[in-house]
Design a protein around this ligand. Structure first.
Ligand code: ZN
Length: 300
């Protein structure tokens, strides 16, 4: 009897694995993409009902503009890596939320939130926009690598165990909702935040610098941003730092990868930057379409 139960279970686990296109890493997907997207949208909507949206019009326009360029880069990136089918899952949106905590996130489905604390951390220097692009690029990196789906799967596996492996789904949607809330810091009612794993962090760091470069920002700002995060962590434990464990290793990994990323995607970035400058000088209010032009890079 036990064997007949075990065999289908193995099948379930194997069928639930997919591959991160970028790294080839296998990921556990016990929870479907549509389940995560729907739970994410619902968490996001309830979060936005209570969130205090920033009234600083200039800062909001600035952050939304950076997010728009990163989103366009993400779309170009998904197309170039044969993941066009995923484009339908994204309905990009960005809000600047008045909160002094150092936090930002991008939910599965493309809902981006940046806290004003993060804008303050980036400051007003020449590389401030590049640093915000690094934050947003990193968060969008988590989204397009489907880390939310993977974290929800792990959380559901922890809370429901063999029930879910055996195909029993009682309480599953609630567990998915809870997992998404935990993962994005909205579910304080559920307890401690679920930190990102080291693997997820390194993947998001890499995709983040790729997206920032394609969007025409200086990827080196990812390094200065994390250095600032580390400095801020010594005085208190910022929200972003508690879910995004930082280390000297990640900074040195970034420093190693930035030159090769800039070599591969720098030309696409120059084109994006030129297009963004042109569109902001011709009309600052006209919404530019998510540019597919100017990002003619290939990923081999
Ligand atoms: Zn992260």
């Amino acid at each position: 009897m036990k064997k007949s139960i075990l065999l289908p279970l193995c099948g379930v686990v194997l069928a639930s694995c997919s591959t991160v296109a970028l790294t080839g890493r296998k990921q556990l997907n016990l929870v479907s993409e549509s389940e995560v997207l729907s739970a994410s949208l619902s968490e996001y909507q309830s979060y936005m009902k209570t969130a205090k949206v920033s009234t600083d019009a200039a800062a909001t326009t600035r952050v939304k503009g950076i997010a728009q360029r990163i989103a366009a880069a993400a779309e170009a990136y998904l197309q170039a890596t044969g993941q066009e089918a995923d484009l339908q899952n994204y309905a990009w949106e960005c809000n600047l939320v008045q909160d002094n905590q150092l936090n930002a996130f991008c939910m599965p489905g493309g809902k981006i939130v940046v806290y004003t604390g993060m804008v303050a951390l980036a400051g007003s220097g020449a590389d401030a926009d590049d640093e915000l692009a690094a934050v947003i690029g990193h968060e969008v990196g988590h989204a397009i690598a489907k880390h939310g789906q993977e974290r929800a799967s792990q959380q559901v596996l922890t809370s429901l165990g063999s029930q879910v492996l055996g195909g029993l789904t009682a309480g599953k949607s609630e567990a998915v909702q809870q997992a998404v809330g935990l993962a994005y810091g909205m579910g304080t009612q559920y307890g401690a935040l679920l930190p990102f794993s080291r693997k997820h962090e390194l993947e998001a760091d890499y995709i983040g610098i790729v997206l920032a470069t394609i969007a025409g920002y200086d990827a080196n700002a990812a390094v200065t941003l994390w250095q600032k995060m580390q400095a801020a962590s010594t005085t208190s434990t910022p929200e972003f730092a508690s879910t995004h464990p930082s280390s000297d290793t990640r900074i040195s990994e970034l420093q190693k990868k930035i030159p090769e990323v800039q070599k591969a995607f720098g030309a696409a970035g120059q084109a994006s930057k030129a297009a963004a400058t042109k569109s902001s000088s011709s009309s600052s209010t006209k919404k530019s379409s998510s540019s597919k032009s100017g990002t003619g890079f290939k990923i081999g």
